[in-house]
Design a binder for this molecule. Sequence first.
Ligand code: SF4
Ligand code: SF4
Length: 167
Amino acid sequence: MGNSGLIPWSEVHSWACVACGNCCVGYRVPLKTDEYIRVANKYGYNVVEFGLGKVYLRLNRGNRCIFQQPSQGRWVCSLQNIKPLACKLFPFRIHSKPVYKRGDTSAFNYYGRTFYVYLDPDCKGIQVGKPSRRFRTQILPEIIQIGMGERYKQKFTTSKYISWTPP
Ligand code: SF4
Ligand code: SF4
């Protein structure tokens, strides 16, 4: 989606992935070179497709990402720790400038640096309200660290409904 409708982090009480699976349907997930190598080394080249100079995860029937698997009534990602960055960040969007010209309440201070952080309203795991301590001190810092490449593994920003079933 574009930038319209993005929710500034300060209007969000908290967020937790409820493994509804919606964000893994209908999107073509781009892979950076290292991500492509990691995924292809483990699962082979049939799980990716090429287009306009980029590499994407292949979509299955129903336009679902090839790595999305049903598990106990939910949908889980079987890539988990080697998920592409685009997937790790969803539904968060980190910008270097505010998206909204007026009344933008997205500024987040992280060790003296300011980031403008929003959430995509298409995600089912967003609870609107006054930001909770956990959201401010655990979830948002982890997202910034992942976005900056300082952190690889997700602790607070992934679904707790994890399955390791390979595709
Ligand atoms: S990130 Fe949001 S949209 Fe995606 S599976 Fe989790 S709750 Fe659903
Ligand atoms: S790699 Fe995982 S998180 Fe990303 S679109 Fe596929 S199933 Fe969803």
